[in-house]
Design a protein around this ligand. Structure first.
Ligand code: ATP
Length: 335
């Protein structure tokens, strides 16, 4: 029933004109009764579907911000990203879920989506605040054919894809705070956490998971816990508009599929670097590098082809900063 629902909704959404009941039955191999039941259910959920006896069904309008497996699937135009979709109303954290599915053999591109996380995570064991009803949390499984030292670049590829998808959907000017956060007007709207699982011999990647959390429809700063109010914001706060989460997620997955394909050709960021750098927050400004081996300051000058931040020290020396243990801050604030 669930896949019938997704398939029927997808057919309706992709068709400008009426789709006849018979066409749906033939195309999807389902019974007339199944089609009728799905239509009834969709109407009950607030989809406006016109049915004209001799012509069939037409989707006139979807209810605002429906966030479900069918709704997301019906908007996706990808080959592999999100083709297998697993949706939870609530889960601990989508990264461990995705790892579990990957361990069980889930294919490249499998995506776990949740409306709420009870134990959302950031880098180095930090928490990602993940309330229900207003955000996008998802993790995609990637089965790469490349060696482990390329894996850290996936975070940057994802950051670029998410930043551009958000810009495309909302018009907001998104910046990337190297390597893995997306900011709007100096505040964080997205966090990304990539994790890797190695083969038992530890010389090959078994799979990667890239997890993304986006603050979408929080109404005001008060929606965030007090300690985040100075640094966190949402797309709605910044744009003044309610954003359709299913449409946004579909756009992100589509953009990621394209950008990942570009990355795969050279296994470097060379073809994506210019776009990444054009969004790099605090470029040519002073930054403080919080390196456990010793803090230092310098000017952020961009990234290398392999994703390190280039920082120019006071003596003019340019050093690559590796992600991992390091955080970067603006000299006078978060950026
Ligand atoms: P840094 O800037 O130090 O490198 P980070 O990129 O490593 O940070 P993450 O680990 O990605 O940060 O994210 C976790 C941090 O993000 C938390 O410590 C908290 O400060 C902040 N945070 C948690 N939830 C949210 C949220 N929903 N929106 C914005 N910021 C959040």
């Amino acid at each position: 029933m669930k896949t019938d629902r997704s398939d029927i909704l997808t057919c309706l959404r992709n068709s400008e004109d009426y789709v006849s009941g018979q066409q749906l039955c033939d195309r999807l191999g389902v019974s007339r009764t199944a089609v009728w039941k799905v239509m009834k259910q969709l109407k009950e959920e607030g989809y406006r579907i016109e049915s004209v006896p001799s012509r069939g069904y037409r989707l006139v309008e979807s209810p605002a911000d429906v966030y479900s497996e069918s709704e997301i699937a019906s908007r996706l135009h990808t080959k592999w990203a999100g083709r297998r979709l697993i949706y939870f109303d609530s889960t601990g954290s989508t990264n461990p879920d995705a790892k579990r599915f990957a361990e069980e053999g889930a294919p490249h591109g499998t995506t776990v989506v949740a409306d709420r996380q009870t134990a959302g995570r950031g880098r180095r064991g930090r928490a990602w605040e993940s309330p229900a009803g207003n955000s996008v949390y998802f993790t995609i499984v990637i089965r790469p054919a490349f060696v482990p030292d390329k894996a850290s670049m996936i975070t940057l590829v994802m950051a670029l894809s998410v930043a551009e998808a958000i810009h495309g959907v909302t018009g907001l000017d998104t910046g990337i705070k190297w390597p893995n956060d997306i900011v709007v007007n100096g505040k964080k709207v997205v966090g990304i956490l990539t994790e890797m699982s190695m083969t038992p011999e530890m010389n090959e990647i078994q799979f990667l998971v890239a997890g993304v959390g986006v603050n979408v429809n929080q109404e005001s700063a008060e929606a965030f816990p007090e300690e985040l109010r100075g640094t966190a914001t949402s797309l709605k706060i910044e744009s003044g508009r309610q954003i359709d989460r299913a449409a946004l997620l579909a756009r992100i997955l589509e953009q990621f599929e394209t950008d990942y394909g570009t990355f795969e050709q050279t296994l470097t960021l060379s073809a994506l670097k210019e776009r990444y750098e054009s969004r790099l927050a605090g470029r040519d400004a002073a930054v403080r590098v919080l390196d456990p081996a010793g803090e230092y300051t310098g000017i952020s000058r961009g990234i290398t082809d392999t994703g390190e931040l280039v920082v120019e020290k006071e003596n003019g020396e340019r050093v690559p900063v590796y992600a991992g243990e390091v955080s970067v801050r603006g000299l006078y604030g978060y950026i």
